[in-house]
Ligand binder design. Structure first.
Ligand code: COA
Length: 172
């Protein structure tokens, strides 16, 4: 397949439940994930698992091409808190800060959908620094998931903003 031409266009984010995606959109999403997590990472595992129907799916398109994606599993399904997973940037789009932009959108969209809740990630251990930089903190010891080293990480709930001071008090 030809490599997509480099583009500085801003990514267009979309949030959708599985049932709101068209057949071709579901195929594009699962195909991209399979290419990275099964083929590239040489890992035979259940990619389109039973959590997809209980997740929000976040996609980032650049010039109309699927360039990155993640999913947010509903609270109570994988962890008590909502959890971000299947985070990936298509190989041809890496190194352009798209993964970081995707994660920032994933965090803000998760907080908007599940206010006041922490966010969990089962992170591939080699990306500890990537998630640390976004505010996640490691919890517990590393473990193997599908033969790949992982570590549990948690992002604390967003701090509530202090109420603005009442400037009317004491004024004439
Ligand atoms: C991890 C991944 C999403 C990063 O995507 P990306 O669009 O290339 O990342 P960005 O360009 O936004 O980089 C953001 C930061 O992460 C760092 N980073 C990116 N890929 C990294 C990697 N493989 N290892 C360590 N750090 C990495 C970058 O150096 C950058 O750090 P900086 O702020 O110090 O410069 C991408 O490499 C990927 O899809 N990997 C395969 C799938 C995967 O392992 N997903 C994670 C599952 S937990």
């Amino acid at each position: 397949m030809p490599e997509p031409a480099a583009s500085s266009a801003a990514p267009v984010f979309r949030w959708a439940r599985l049932e709101d995606l068209s057949g071709p959109e579901v195929h594009a999403l699962l195909s991209a994930r399979e290419q990275v997590f099964v083929v590239e990472q040489a890992c035979a595992y259940h990619e389109a698992d039973d959590l997809d129907p209980v997740s929000w799916h976040l996609t980032a398109h650049v010039d109309g091409v699927l360039a990155a994606c993640a999913r947010v599993v509903d609270p109570g399904k994988k962890h008590d808190a909502p959890s971000i997973g299947r985070v990936m940037t298509v190989a041809a789009f890496r190194g352009r800060r798209l993964g970081e932009a995707l994660m920032r959108e994933a965090i803000s969209g998760t907080r908007a959908r599940f206010p006041g809740q922490a966010i969990r990630i089962s992170a591939q251990a080699y990306l500890l620094g990537f998630y640390n930089a976004l505010g996640f903190e490691a919890e517990g010891a590393p473990y193997l998931e599908d033969g790949i080293p992982h570590i549990g990480m948690r992002l604390a709930p967003a701090q509530a903003r202090p109420a603005a001071p009442d400037r009317s008090a004491g004024q004439a």
